[in-house]
Ligand binder design. Structure first.
Ligand code: ZN
Length: 388
């Protein structure tokens, strides 16, 4: 058992200074500072959190865990996510996806990486498919993937409004979305579709048309990269009132001229009246960060994203944008947990999975617990990935 002593607890709501007990991978109790009668004969590992902040482990809803990219040729294919890259970022749950390359990479690679991360002790799920429609799957049918594999909770990222999209017709998109929805029902999972949003003008039109011409609801769709350029961001202030929107953290500051800084985008969405529950952050980690010449379409340079961008932007949301910590935490905890239907995640409460971070007052990460196991303590990594 682990006892996190006298920390300031954010569930994400601030509930005061309390002791948090962990056992069997779960949060057992959050109590005022006293020896709990039930546990008095047990000698727990004690983590002193006096003067520190205790918050839920972060959920990163869009990570190319098995590698991605390749838009600059084979040498630009990105490597897989390493366990320590997650832990250093306070990310204890990832949702994996494939990305641009649905030809030379497969959802099987992502599924095996989900299994590998779970075996290493953290939590992982995935979305099946790639940018293109029809989209690559494991079983030959996106619905069967979602129903048969507990690890698969939806489809994505499907590219819209992008020069790398397969430009699906509205009819094609509606059929696909309905197929994924029924799979979510039968599979008992979110059945969500994560849309990669590109640089085309009027970017949300395909989703507006989809909802207008069907019985489908906005909550089934999570468009991402909504801070990638000024015009999609402007439109996301309206779209975000209807459905969830995901801000990408790791591409900033690679495109400072085009992008809206994630923490600033967060504050502006709130100011525009977008409900807090509709906003999420994800890193797009391991995705390549290519820059194309706007006139010729030629690839200019390429980089690789990291999950730590979430933590930087969380910190800036609080310290620079003056959003309260309990509000800011929601975009990386309760909101993705609800949108992806991960019922045991995203919150500090008895019975939830013991995914816990201890931060100092300046929001620097000190300790990371995932599924009740200590991966990092006082800034020192205790457990690394198999090949690290
Ligand atoms: Zn994308």
């Amino acid at each position: 058992m682990i006892l996190i002593k006298e920390g300031e607890i954010y569930t994400p709501d601030f509930i005061g200074t309390k002791d948090l007990w962990v056992g069997g991978g779960k949060i057992l109790a959050i109590e005022d500072n006293r020896v709990m009668a039930d546990f008095k004969n047990i000698k727990p590992i004690i983590i002193d959190a006096k003067g520190k902040l205790v918050v839920p482990g972060l959920i990163d809803g869009h990570v190319h865990i098995a590698g991605a990219g390749g838009e600059g040729g084979p040498a630009t294919r990105t490597p897989e996510l390493q366990l320590t890259e997650m832990i250093k970022a306070g990310v204890t749950t990832v949702i994996g996806c494939l990305g641009t390359d649905g030809f030379a990479r497969s959802p099987i690679d992502v599924l095996m990486k989900v299994k590998a991360l779970r075996a290493e002790g953290v939590s992982a799920w995935m979305m099946t498919g790639a940018y293109q429609l029809p989209t690559p799957t494991i079983t030959g049918d996106v619905a069967k993937d979602i129903i048969y594999f507990e690890e698969i909770i939806g489809a994505g990222e499907i590219a819209l409004s992008d020069h790398r999209s397969s430009n699906p017709s509205s009819e094609e998109l509606a059929k696909f979305a309905a197929h994924v929805r029924i799979a979510g029902l039968l599979g008992g999972c979110a059945g969500i579709i994560n849309f990669h949003m590109g640089d085309a003008k009027n970017p949300f039109k395909p989703i507006y048309d989809l909802v207008k011409n069907s019985e489908l609801k906005y909550k089934q769709f999570l468009p991402t990269h909504i801070n990638r350029n000024p015009w999609i961001f402007r439109e996301s202030k309206n779209y975000g009132k209807d459905g969830p929107v995901d801000i990408t953290t790791s591409s900033y500051p690679y495109y400072p001229d085009e992008e809206v800084k994630p923490s600033k985008a967060f504050r502006e969405l709130l100011a525009a009246g977008v409900p807090l529950e509709h906003i999420t952050f994800s890193s797009d980690a391991c995705g390549s960060l290519p820059a194309f010449d706007t006139h010729t379409g030629e690839l200019l340079r390429i980089d690789r994203g990291l999950p730590i961008a979430n933590l930087h932007e969380l910190r800036d949301s609080v310290l620079v944008e003056k959003i309260s910590l309990s509000q800011a935490l929601r975009v990386l905890t309760t909101n993705p947990a609800r949108i992806f239907k991960l019922n045991t995640k995203g919150e500090l409460a008895p019975g939830k999975d013991a995914d816990i971070l201890v931060l100092d007052k300046d929001l620097h990460l000190e300790t990371v617990i995932a599924n009740g196991q200590i991966f990092m303590q006082n800034g020192k990594i205790l457990k690394k990935g198999t090949y690290e």
